[in-house]
Unconditional design. Structure first.
Length: 636
């Protein structure tokens, strides 16, 4: 690896040297394009006559066989004396493949591309792209094409350049260069590049590769092999930063920064040791390492094609509409900034001075992450109604280990979602509607809200116990909230839209967690808020404008993580607390809109915990009468 690093920088030094040489040439504007100059021979033979220095490099890497073949191609060869041949040969002695890719193939393309009246986008053999201007300008990229151009050989065209074409790394290659530059002794164990390399699944693209016969075993002898790049991790992240026709913004951490964020993730990824039983390897260690790497990588890549408004906000390649507003960073204050989000100009934090133009985008290297772990990966667990439905524990089910029913004394649950739409009219003292001059009733208020719930009825006049699996938790402390909907929403008097059941909820909660054997204990841990209260009471619901109530039920520190596991290891149990004398005040039935577990932060005070959540629902605009959703309820 050290040898490879020296080779890379030797070749980079070559380009720096050749830049100085290029300054001695004029801009080429005085040249007149010549007609095609015929050459009776192969391009390799023409190269030996017209650009012997470049020809010597081509032979040294074994590419002359290809240039002598019957395939058609175009060469833009640096003229003798326009690049440091000794520097290239020095690099070649330690890294032949590097010289082939970054120097030889950086000057060759397939098929014949003459210098004519049109400009062409050139795709070189190494995948890099340049613009070759028309014959009146005589340039490819920023390098002048000499008067020796359009030399037509029997297998292609040769153009002589007044310098060499600079090799421009793509973002993946830039990450590799930063890795090679690092002197960190543990970079092979933990670094962005080291982790990405574990997922390289490259394969030979035979349809685009050239071979010259077979060996003694019948295997093709490839003269020019084209590799189809495939990195499974980057594909998971929707960030194909190795493809030349892409356009990305990338945040590239130093090895030290990456290792720091990796280590920050480790305490939250302590998996239950029971998951290793019966295995010949430690699956828990593998999970911890994999997720710590993935979390250190989260939100490092942004497709410029997906970020038309990137000056205002940045959408990560991991962004999905259903996870909004995760993986979205605001650079300016928007009119409707989401709850739990702040303006964070991450590009300004890493600094434009550290931005590097690559062949497929811009890389920003940094030594300190521009977002904290709560913005990056330590997200809240938002169990909406769909999740509650999936994770509801049936009363017929007994939990593993203690064989206890966590759900009991309940009937069949009901799930509903829709739009709650109510129009309130102006009325006089006698309760009659007031009409305008055209005889239409005057609307006082139009109430429209999205809703969804799971309704769990009691099977009899006894307290109900309701259990939900909690998926994807980390090891660590969470603040826990239960979001309920009032029982009147399910049982309402149609005439006048009056809530007829104003009963509140009075409930307790327990957290159940698997032990090291993989079993649940015989009882859960009682949830208490920051004041020690363990019975939670919701307000008496009387206002149809308020269809949700969020109750903070305290904090809980999970011993083990189950993030990414199909089988959760945590249960939240909720039970009504209704005495015989309290039946008129509290409901045995319960309606849930959601459960939220928010990673605990010491800078959030207990008072601020009481109302820190806001449900993300799409606003419903316009005036409407009684909606379909509420009609379904009223029919009951």
């Amino acid at each position: 690896m050290r040898t490879g690093a020296a080779a890379v920088f030797g070749l980079m030094a070559l380009y720096a040297c050749s830049d100085d040489r290029n300054s001695h040439f004029n801009d080429g504007s005085a040249y007149e394009a010549t007609a095609t100059q015929p050459f009776d021979g192969t391009a390799m033979q023409a190269l030996e006559e017209e650009a012997s220095d470049f020809a010597e490099i081509v032979k040294a890497v074994g590419f002359d066989v290809y240039l002598n073949s019957s395939s058609s191609f175009t060469i833009w060869a640096p003229a003798n004396g326009t690049f440091n041949k000794d520097s290239v040969l020095n690099v070649l002695s330690t890294s032949k493949d590097l010289v082939l890719k970054q120097f030889v193939q950086n000057h060759v393309a397939r098929y014949s591309v003459p210098l004519d009246l049109e400009s062409h986008h050139i795709s070189l053999l190494n995948g890099k792209g340049f613009i070759m201007t028309s014959k009146s300008q005589h340039k490819i990229g920023d390098v002048n094409i000499s008067s020796k151009n359009n030399i037509r050989c029997n297998n292609g065209i040769l153009h002589i350049l007044e310098g060499n074409l600079p090799f421009q790394s793509n973002i993946f290659e830039f990450i590799e260069l930063e890795y090679l530059k690092s002197t960190n002794p543990t970079k092979e164990d933990i670094s962005l590049y080291a982790y990405l390399k574990t997922a390289d699944k490259d394969s030979l693209d035979e349809s685009r590769s050239i071979y010259r016969g077979y060996d003694a075993y019948g295997n093709k002898l490839w003269v020019d092999s084209v590799v189809w790049r495939n990195n499974t991790i980057l594909r998971d992240f929707n960030a194909l930063i190795y493809e030349e026709d892409s356009n990305y913004i990338a945040l590239v951490p130093s090895v030290e920064a990456y290792q720091g964020r990796y280590n920050e993730a480790l305490p939250y990824l302590k998996y239950n040791p029971s998951m290793d039983k019966g295995l010949e390897y430690k699956r828990t260690d593998s999970l911890t390492n994999s997720y710590a790497n993935r979390f250190a990588m989260t939100d490092l890549f942004y497709s410029r094609n997906m970020n038309e408004s990137w000056e205002d906000s940045l959408i990560s390649t991991q962004y999905l509409k259903y996870s909004w507003p995760d993986h979205l960073y605001y650079r300016k204050e928007p009119a409707n900034l989401p709850d739990d989000k702040t303006v964070n100009d991450i590009l300004a934090k890493v600094g434009v001075a550290d931005s590097i133009v690559c062949s497929n985008g811009i890389a920003y290297r940094f030594n300190e992450y521009p977002f904290d772990i709560y913005e990056q990966f330590l997200k809240k667990i938002n169990m909406n109604t769909l999740s509650l439905r999936t994770n509801y524990i049936s009363p017929e089910e007994k939990i593993k280990g203690s064989e206890v029913q966590v759900t009991k004394n309940v009937g069949d649950p009901d799930y509903q979602s829709g739009i709650f739409s109510v129009v309130i009219y102006e009325t006089d003292e006698e309760g009659e509607r007031v009409e305008d001059e055209n005889g239409n009733p005057i609307i006082k208020e139009n109430i429209m809200q999205n809703y969804s719930y799971i309704y769990v009825p009691a099977s009899s006049k006894v307290n109900t116990y309701i259990g939900f699996n909690v998926p994807n938790n980390f090891s660590g402390k969470y603040d826990i909230y239960v979001i309920t909907m009032p029982i009147w929403f399910y049982k309402m008097e149609a005439e006048g839209l009056i809530p007829t059941n104003k009963k509140a909820y009075n409930f307790r909660a327990w957290m159940w967690e698997k032990d090291e054997s993989g079993n649940y204990p015989s009882g859960g841990i009682v949830m208490k808020d920051d004041e020690g209260k363990q019975i939670f009471t919701t307000p008496e619901p009387v206002d149809i404008r308020n269809i949700r109530d969020t109750t903070y039920i305290g904090s809980y520190e999970f011993k083990y993580a189950y993030y990414g596991e199909n089988e959760p290891g945590v249960i939240l149990q909720i039970a009504t607390v209704v005495g015989t004398s309290q039946r008129d005040k509290y409901s045995y039935d319960m309606m849930f809109h959601g459960i939220v577990l928010k990673p605990h932060r010491e800078d959030i005070t207990p008072a601020a915990k009481k109302h820190p959540l806001k449900t993300y629902s799409v606003p419903v605009k316009g005036t409407a009468t009684l909606g379909k959703g509420i009609k379904k309820i009223l029919k009951r």
